[in-house]
Design a protein around this ligand. Structure first.
Ligand code: BGC
Length: 443
């Protein structure tokens, strides 16, 4: 049996939420539209045609949700700031009522003795900036720096933990390369500049937050996958290395001062096309922690397409795998290996699992919501974290994705990740078995 004590008294236990997925209130108090408001307003873009409406209504129910996190005995409440709620057109007038909203949220966290962690960007770019090229426009560095600066001025007196960006690979890959997420752009010509600018923005945000106070704790939240080759043929092993470079090293290494991983992907030298003098230095920052978010395993093999990667994933539903509702291969066993891999970088001081969660079907019986598989998933993940910790990996926190069920981007309301069930018609919350397990485990 795992025990909370085994993780040490400084280990942080938290929940993570995002702005777009939880808040609702898309036009309240002069909030500007984001690329995700635009994308989801056409329900044909959402796989099952769901309309986001008020999402899980965090805008009005934040007190209830913060109290819930407290009642489940968590100590950290990680939330995201919606850029267009603070600056409706991205780079113009500041919307004081947006700032007031997050002030109320932060103050409620502090009243309840929960540590607020702020994510500065969880994918809801102001639409007005997308109209000017969004992440592909180098001016985004100025726009982002301005936004970060405003947040630090507004909240920095009470907030000391900052996540400079959430999963840059997901929003640039799905949003600017595959056209699957907002803003539905495709191709390498969009992806590479968007990615390079995201790297520069993370490092710049780090410098801005650090200069406001040396006490601030700053890091990015990076997605990662446990990548395996299809078999032991060299050609497939090399293909898996390239996939790994793309999924696990692409954003990390430039932030650590190592540049993009051109060793196994020489093609990434084309990134230099988007460099300006000084970028090599500006891409890196001495972060206090690296946040990791591991949801699924990838099995890869050599393939002639796509041309730059020369590798493809073997679809999880065609091989032996433990599928979640989104057909992704859930494999907790990869967690300790990933942690060991990240700990091998001498530049990394501390690791945190800034998101961990799973969508399996829930079963409601009378007033109870049974989600034993989710509970077991977290137990397995925690065992993996502990295993790595015992081997000396400096992993210092585990934040659950997520507190309450919310809007899962293009997948709509169907995949549920919450420890707390939400009836989206009534917004009624019911703590699931997994939530009750955490409550007991963390007490
Ligand atoms: C994202 C969340 C998302 C979760 C589950 C993470 O990649 O940060 O916004 O809901 O995965 O798919």
């Amino acid at each position: 049996m795992i025990k909370k004590e085994n993780f040490g008294s400084s280990f942080k236990w938290g929940v993570t939420l995002s702005a777009f997925q939880n808040e609702g209130a898309a036009v309240a108090d002069r909030k500007g539209p984001s690329i995700w408001d635009a994308f989801s307003s056409d329900t044909q873009n959402i796989n099952n045609g769901d309309f986001i409406g008020e999402a899980s209504d965090f805008f009005r129910r934040y007190r209830e949700d913060i109290s819930l996190a407290k009642s489940l005995n968590f100590g950290v409440f990680r939330l995201a700031i919606s850029w267009p709620r603070i600056i409706p057109d991205g780079y113009g007038q500041v919307n004081q009522s947006g700032i007031d909203f997050y002030n109320r949220v932060i103050d409620t966290c502090l009243e309840k003795d929960l540590e607020p962690w702020l994510t500065l960007y969880h994918w809801d770019l102001p639409q007005a900036l997308e109209d000017k090229g969004g992440w592909t426009n180098r001016k985004i560095i100025t726009w982002y720096s301005n936004f970060v600066d405003i947040c630090v001025q507004a909240f920095g007196d009470r907030v000391q933990h900052w996540v400079v960006m959430n999963e840059p690979m997901t929003f640039t890959g799905l949003g600017y390369f595959m056209g699957y997420h907002a803003p539905m752009r495709k191709g390498i010509g969009n992806f590479l500049p968007a990615a390079h600018h995201a790297t520069l923005c993370m490092a710049e945000a780090g410098r801005i937050i650090r200069s406001a106070s040396a006490k601030n704790e700053i890091g990015p939240a990076l997605s990662c996958s446990y990548v395996r080759p299809y078999n032991h043929r060299l050609i497939n092993i090399r293909a898996a290395k390239r996939v790994e470079a793309l999924l696990n090293r692409f954003f990390l290494e430039p932030l650590l001062g190592l540049g993009y991983p051109t060793d196994v992907m020489p093609v990434l030298r084309v990134m230099e096309r988007y460099f300006q003098p000084g970028d090599e230095d500006k891409m890196s920052f001495d972060f206090d922690f690296i946040g990791l978010q591991y949801y699924f395993r990838v099995v890869a093999k050599f393939s002639l397409s796509p041309p730059l990667l020369f590798a493809k994933e073997i679809a999880p539903n065609t091989r032996k795998s433990n599928l979640n509702v989104m057909n992704l291969d859930v494999h907790p066993g990869g967690m300790s290996k990933l942690l060991k891999f990240y700990a091998s970088y001498p530049q990394i001081k501390k690791l945190l699992i800034t998101e961990s969660g799973v969508c399996y079907p829930d079963f409601q019986v009378a007033r109870h919501v049974h989600d034993v598989r989710r509970m077991k998933y977290h137990q397995k993940m925690l065992k993996q974290v502990l295993k790595a910790k015992k081997k000396g990996v400096p992993v210092e926190g585990y934040f659950v994705w997520t507190l309450v069920d919310n809007f899962e981007w293009r997948e709509g309301f169907e995949p549920r990740f919450g420890l707390v069930h939400v009836d989206f018609d009534t917004q009624k919350r019911v703590v699931k078995d997994s939530g009750l397990w955490f409550q007991d485990f963390l007490k």
